[in-house]
Every structure is written in C-alpha cells, then in structure tokens.
Design a protein around this ligand. Structure first.
Ligand code: DGJ
Length: 730
C-alpha cells in the first residue's frame, strides 16, 4: 500500500487496500493518466496507443511526430491550450485575453501524513494516523507563463480514499486569471459507465438519478454561490452492471460549499472523462506575481463491491476525517426545535412550555429557532440585528437560558449570520456590506440580501456578534442557517469581481474555524433551508446538517436514501413533526415519523402539547429507545435494503461493526389491496449464524434472512413502519 514511483517507467502508483491509481510522466514531460480501479501490480502504460488521428493536433515540442496528441491521450490534468478539445480541468487567461497553458513535469515529493489546505476544509488525519496516510506532490511548470502548478494527492490507504487538490503559484511578472479549475479529472481509457447524481430542490433534496455516460456532455453544478439543493457536489461513475452489492464504482465528493460543477462525457474515441471542481461562470480569479491560489479538494474512492461499499468508504472518511470537535463521536442531544411549531411567533411562555413538555418525554435540549432577535415577527426583517428581543423573550436571553436549564434542558439557538435584511439597523448603518451591484436594484431572496463575507470588516463584526450571543449564557448548540442564493456579486474595493464568490467561501470558513476553536463544546448544526448546503466542506465545521425542510416521513425516505450514498447517518439531522405534515399535508402514524427520524441525529419539531397522552407516552419510550440505539445508528454500518424510488417500501439497516446486532427499518410507501408481501433482506449479518429478533423473541438463520428476507406484517393502513432489532446468538 502507499505511493510508489517506478523510475524506469516514470510511473506513479497510489495503492490503497483495494484500489490502484496510476499515471505516468511521458517522455515529453506530460502527465498521462493510466488507470484507476481494482488493485493491480503491473504497469498499465500498455493501454496507451499512439495513432495519427485526423484533426487531433500534436504538441509543439514534437517535431514530425503525428502520432502523439493530447486530444486523444488520457490526461492527469487536462489543460486548455494543449490541443485537447475535451473539457479542460484548467483554464488560465492572461491580461490580454490569451488562453493557453503548457504544463511539463518538474519533480515530485512523497511525504508521510496528509497535506492540509490553508483556509480550506480538508480531510485530516490524527498524529497516530499520519504514519499511514501519505501525500504525493507533483510539480508542473509552464515556463512561458512562469506558473508552477502543484498537484496534491492525499492517500488514506485503509479507507480506499484518495484526495486531490491543486496549488497554483505565479512566479512571473504578469497577473494571470484562473477561469476554470477542476481539482479532480479522471480519464477512463476503456469501458462503459453510468453517471449517478443527486439532484433536487428546496424541500426535496438529493434525489438519485442514474443515466449512461455517452457521447454527450452531462454537467451538474450550482451557480448559486452555495453547493445547493439543486445538485449535490457528489457523484458516482459506475459500470452499468453495478448494484448496491456488486460491481465497480467510483465516487467524487467535493470538500467545498460554494458553487461547483461536475461533468461526464465519452469522447470521440470512447474514453470517459469525469471531473469535478469549481463552478466556471463567475470565476475569474486573479493570481498576481508571488501569489498562490489553493483549490478545495475532491475526495475520490473506488469500490469493486458496489455502492454499499463505496458509501462505507465515504461514510468513514467523512465521520473520521472531515467531522471534528467534541461532537464528532459524542452522542448528540435529542432536541425539540421551535420552528415548525411556532415559526417566528415565539414567546417566553411558549418556549418554556415547549421545554417542559420536552422534559416530560425525556428530551435533552430546546432549540430556539428563528424569531428571537431584532424585530423579527416574520421572515422579512431584522437579519443582522443579532440582539435578543427582550419584549418577546420576556426578559434577557441569559434569563431564558437559565430558565430552560432549570427545567433540565440544554439550550440551543438559531442564527443566519451571512444575511442582512434591508429592514434592519445593520443595513441602515452599512448598506455597502450587502452584496449588490452599484446602479442595480438587487434581487431579493426571502426578502433578504447576502452579507459580503469576502470582506474582513464584515466578518469581524458578525463574528463578534455571534460571540456576544454565545457568551450570553450556557448555549450548547448553534443552528447556522443560510436561506437564499447569491445573485448580485460585487464587493467594494476588489480589483476583480471574479474572485468574490471564492473569497466569500474562504471568509465563511475563516469565521467558522474561529468559532469551532473558541467554542469547541458547542454543537454547530449546518442548515440552508434544510439541505441546500449539505456538503463535506460544511461538515468540517458542523458535524450535522438539517437534512431537509421537509419533515414528511415518506418524502424523507427518498431524501435520506439519496443522502446516504455520500454522507453518514451521524450527519443527517431528522425530526419528528406533526401530522398532517406541514409541507405535504400527509397524515402518518407517529411510529412512522419516529422510525423515519431515527435515520440520523434524532429530534422533534412540533408543538408537543398537541400530542395525545398516548402519543406522548410512546414518544417518551422512543426517546429512551433512541438513546439505547444511537451508537448502533451512528457507528454501525449502514445498508440500503430497497430502492424507494422503485419499490413500494423503503428499508435500511444499521449493523454493528462486529456483526453482534442489527437494526432493520422499513417504511411502507405504497399500499394496494390484496398486495404481495414485502420481504426485507438484511445485509451485513455474520454468515452461518443465528440472530434473535428481540421484540418477538424469534430466532433466524442469518443466511436465510439475508437471502430470502423477512416478510413485513400484512396490515392495513397507509404508511406503516417497522423496526426489527436482531441480536447475534452465541
Ligand atoms: C430554514 C430552516 O431550514 C428551518 O429549519 C428554519 O430554521 C427556518 N429557516 C427559519 O427561518
């Protein structure tokens, strides 16, 4: 395992437990990609064929060799200007508008440990793990532009994880502009692949789509300034025959929360190119003499055992090497959030009564959502005025926190720090702090504007306000919300506006980094109208994210299923809400809402006084049960047991790493008269063993369970849900 350089063949091989990634320094100094897939011991350079292809030009350094063309050969970093007419990963423009890059290999370095990226979230390893992780740095150079381009590869061998990032150093006198940068670009020389992406919309995020990659460029991304509800910055390329449990598949996951793009296409000669990186439109980043630009990284993983294994690799890297802080592994508080129950209409009495009801059913925390500050009686005003509305709270925030603590609950609070309302004191004082283009009326989203986080004075002010709030009492949780897209990009005093969106993200990360360092014991939950910024970048600061503003348990099956491909259950906040549901009006039994919310970080979000006595009793029992099951849910292996877009039920399970117990869950999505029985087939149990289902006391042969399945009870009534808890028998 590890990184090797074969001097003779000038080939770099990155070996993980089950995969090999290989590229070569060609005889002309170009970097050619050779192979990524199942672990191999040989050299894949025999796959390269040098042919004279019409209209495929030859690099300038070749004299009279018509068989070498970048247009045809697989590239490690395809650049614009080399003669490769496929999608480039790197486009640079000079002041005069010329666009051309010619990168040649200079040297390399292999070192222990995983690289970090200044100012950016990235996969990290602990000191002990640093001996296993490795970094490969390849130095390339364009001698005409005097640009040094460093390709960074990080390797976590046991997890089958490779990361890629790029640093660009300008050593010449002239400023250059980066117009496109895809830190990960993979060329698969042969084979057919499917592209699996996760699209959606507000309240319906990360819906899986699978299509063949063919002679057509397929592009996903976000131009919204945030990773977005519309597409998630994560994709899978898979052989057409690949399923959850079988076949070759590759993941790309961006550790970045701003605009992104990813593209897949089959070129004219059958090579498949898949790439992921920064969103192109609006990106025109100046790099002056002496400056270095650092890209965010992309996580890559390969599985030859289907999507379950691929997801396990991603779950492990996110949970163990992206998420940080006290709550990385610590049980999360089971909370009640005030939003769906009261919206902005909160009062001291309503909050204290919610806290008391919460205490009765055994909850750990009250989260005061929107409406506690400024003149915020609805969502049209006051963002930026981060001062408690003492009239509404019937006293100071400190007093409210003390009172909630006295009831026996921890206290959490909501903020939306990146936003400003035009109806706010902050806007009266600093209208220029909002992103808006001079001479144009800005586009509003939820009647609010976005603060210019690329500016230090803005960031410092907001950071101080957040600290004042967090210092005002025993606040143990912060929900960091973000409720619109960015349209009007203009920042005072910047030489080129093409850098603003990227600098905005660096600014956001700077504030979050300062906060996690100053408040290591505060759990920060990420949120953007639910899951509009559900990405590995945010998870570096916020170990959980509000998965969706949609709390309907039936819709949540699709949302949580899609999310599960790239993100572990511990990152998914899921709450039990009222029935009929606020978003869909659908009526569902409390048991179904509870089981759907036990998919991740569990909580409640409704006026608890509306629950009947029986429902409260049941809820209390479920809270106790969740506490018993939490470890299994967050640390166990997660398996998808059905496809909720096709099947009439959604089933999933968590299996402890030692195979000693398994929690199998199923929610019936569609019911027809006299229907067939639904059989749920658990995965990941120990073979040739016996498991006991603890609620019924029934014992089952594990192989039989895994091959024939377990029938769900035949009951009438829409949207029933079931949970089976299996314990391995000695
Ligand atoms: C959007 C979030 O997703 C909701 O949970 C809630 O916090 C509202 N914002 C508050 O405005």
């Amino acid at each position: 395992m590890g990184i090797h350089f074969d001097e003779k063949k000038q080939t770099f091989s990155i070996d993980t437990a089950n995969s090999t990634y290989q590229f070569q320094v060609d005889r002309h100094g170009f970097l050619l990609h050779l192979y990524y897939g199942k672990k191999i011991s040989g050299n894949a350079d025999y796959l390269l064929k040098y042919l004279d292809r019409g209209f495929s030009g030859n690099p300038a350094c070749l004299i009279n060799d018509r068989t070498f063309s970048m247009d045809v050969l697989p590239q490690e970093l395809p650049v614009w200007g080399s003669g490769d007419f496929r999608s480039p990963a790197f486009v640079v423009e000079k002041e005069d508008g010329t666009r051309s890059v010619d990168l040649k290999y200079v040297t390399y370095q292999i070192r222990k440990g995983k690289y970090s990226l200044p100012g950016l979230p990235a996969v990290y390893v602990s000191d002990e793990e640093a001996t296993e992780a490795e970094t490969l740095e390849i130095v390339l150079e364009d001698s005409v532009l005097s640009l040094e381009v460093d390709l960074l590869y990080g390797v976590l061998p046991k997890l089958d994880i490779i990361t890629r990032a790029i640093q660009i150093k300008n050593k010449g006198a002239d400023t250059v502009y980066l117009d496109k940068l895809m830190p990960a670009s993979l060329d698969f020389i042969t084979g057919d692949y499917d592209l699996i992406t996760f699209h959606g919309r507000h309240t319906m995020e990360r819906l899986m789509q699978r299509v063949p990659i063919n002679h057509l460029s397929q592009r996903i991304g976000s131009r919204r300034g945030a990773s977005s509800h519309q597409f998630n910055p994560m994709l899978i390329a898979a052989k057409p025959e690949t399923t959850d449990s079988f076949g070759d598949c590759y993941a790309m996951e961006f550790v970045y929360s701003g605009g992104f793009q990813a593209e897949a296409l089959k070129d004219q000669f059958g090579t498949t190119r898949v790439q992921m990186g920064l969103q192109e439109e609006g990106f025109h980043y100046p790099v002056a003499f002496g400056e270095t630009f650092t890209s965010p990284e992309v996580i890559l993983s390969f599985s030859r055992d289907g999507f379950d294994r691929l997801s396990h690799n991603l779950h492990d890297v996110i949970r163990q090497h992206i998420c940080r802080g006290a709550y990385q592994y610590q049980p999360r508080p089971v909370l009640v959030n005030s939003w769906e129950g009261s919206l902005c209409n909160i009062t001291r009495d309503s909050l204290l009564s919610l806290a008391r009801e919460g205490k009765e059913i055994g909850l750990d925390m009250l989260v005061v959502d929107d409406g506690w500050f400024g003149n915020r009686d609805d969502d049209n005003t006051s963002l930026g005025d981060w001062y408690a509305n003492e009239e509404k709270l019937g006293g100071s925030l400190a007093q409210l926190i003390t009172d909630v603590n006295r009831i026996g609950l921890k206290f959490g609070i909501w903020m939306e720090p990146e936003m400003i309302s035009e109806k706010s004191h902050l806007y009266e004082m600093h209208p220029d702090w909002a992103l808006q283009i001079p001479g144009r009326i800005p586009i509003r989203g939820r009647n609010q504007l976005v603060l210019d986080f690329s500016r230090k004075d803005v960031r410092d002010y907001i950071y101080d306000r957040i600290c004042d709030i967090l210092d005002s009492g025993n606040i143990e949780y912060l929900k960091w919300d973000y409720n619109r897209s960015i349209y009007d990009v203009y920042s005072e005093g910047v030489t080129h506006q093409g850098r603003v969106l990227y600098d905005y993200m660096l600014g956001l990360y700077e504030v979050l980094e300062k906060l996690v360092n100053r408040y290591p014991h505060v759990l920060i939950e990420g949120c953007s109208g639910g899951g509009g910024r559900y990405d590995a970048g945010m998870l570096y600061y916020t170990p959980q994210i509000w998965t969706s503003d949609n709390t309907d348990p039936i819709d949540r099956m699709l949302i949580q299923y899609g999310t599960s491909f790239g993100y572990p259950a511990s990152t998914m906040a899921a709450h039990v809400s009222k029935s009929p549901n606020e978003q869909t009006g659908r009526v569902t039994p409390i048991q179904t809402r509870v089981i759907a919310a036990m998919y991740g970080s569990f909580g409640f979000e409704l006026d608890l006084s509306l629950l009947t006595k029986e429902e409260k009793k049941a809820a209390g029992e479920e809270v106790k049960k969740y506490h018993r099951l939490e470890r299994l849910i967050t640390d166990g292996r997660y398996y998808r047991l059905s496809d909720p877009a096709k099947d009439k039920f959604c089933a999933w399970s968590f299996v402890s790493r030692d195979g000693a117990e398994a929690l199998v869950n199923a929610v019936v999505l569609k019911l027809q008269s006299n229907d067939e029985l639904f059989y749920v087939r658990p995965k990941g149990l120990k073979p040739e063993r016996v498991y006991k289902e603890i609620n019924t006391g029934e014992c089952y042969d594990s192989d039989l369970l895994m091959s024939a399945g377990l029938p769900l009870p035949k009951e009438s009534g829409e949207h029933r849900a079931y949970q089976f808890h299996f314990i391995l028998q000695q």
